[in-house]
Ligand binder design. Structure first.
Ligand code: OGA
Ligand code: MN
Length: 209
């Protein structure tokens, strides 16, 4: 038979298998080296450039149906990334996201066919109160994904910890550069503690239709 019809061997990816096993046992996974230092740096520069160009807008609570700016709940400012117009750094970012998405769909049959990502900056003294990432009128978000883009000298005293509220004990995560947190959007309530130094990230969701 021609080579064309041979089955493509399935190559297990150690990192992705760890993410899958973490999520199935504890509903979240933390990865320190999902992106390279150079990729994180390029994404941070991209965020800062767009921030200077003033394309960020005040983030809103809820989706388009019920958009209300409510600083008492969240104070970050965000910029949605339109995948049709991405730069080189964002292309590398989405290459990895798409690779993970395809792996999850292939091995876990998650049926993820949509995604949405935005940059976020938490200015000094802002936070995001305890919440769930799904909307009352929309439960398509399956996995939440955050990658921190803070500078190399980020210190725990800067605040802005992500706290995951779990059954047994709460998980406190410091937003060190390059750290990636993935968790089940419909299950894990979480909060961003107040920051005293601007805090940068790229955040998004893998969704079903
Ligand atoms: C969010 C969120 C967590 C973080 O944007 O919904 O919870 O650590 N972000 O930035
Ligand atoms: Mn959230």
């Amino acid at each position: 038979m021609s080579k064309l019809f041979e089955a493509i061997p399935f190559v297990e990816n150690v990192l992705y298998e760890k993410i899958i096993s973490d999520i199935s046992t504890q509903k979240y996974s933390i990865i320190d080296d999902f992106f390279t230092d150079a990729e994180v740096l390029a994404l941070r520069e991209s965020l800062l450039l767009k921030y200077e160009e003033d394309t960020f807008k005040k983030s809103a609570i809820g989706n388009k149906v019920n958009e209300v700016v409510k600083k008492a709940v969240r104070g970050d400012i965000i910029l949605w990334i339109d995948e049709r117009f991405i730069n080189a750094a964002e292309q590398l970012f989405f290459n990895k996201i798409n690779d993970l998405k395809d792996y999850l769909n292939r091995t876990c049959f998650l049926g993820i066919n949509q995604k949405e990502f935005h940059y976020a900056i938490y200015p000094k003294d802002t936070f995001y109160k305890r919440h769930l990432d799904t909307f009352q009128n929309d439960d398509r978000r399956k996995l939440s994904f955050v990658c921190y883009l803070n500078s190399e000298d980020w210190k725990p005293e800067n605040g802005g910890e992500l706290v995951l509220y779990l059954d047994k004990e709460d998980k406190v995560i410091y937003p060190f550069p390059g750290k990636v947190v993935i968790f089940e959007s419909q299950i894990i309530e979480h909060e961003v503690k107040p920051v005293n130094t601007p805090r940068m990230s790229i955040t998004g969701w893998l969704k079903t239709r």
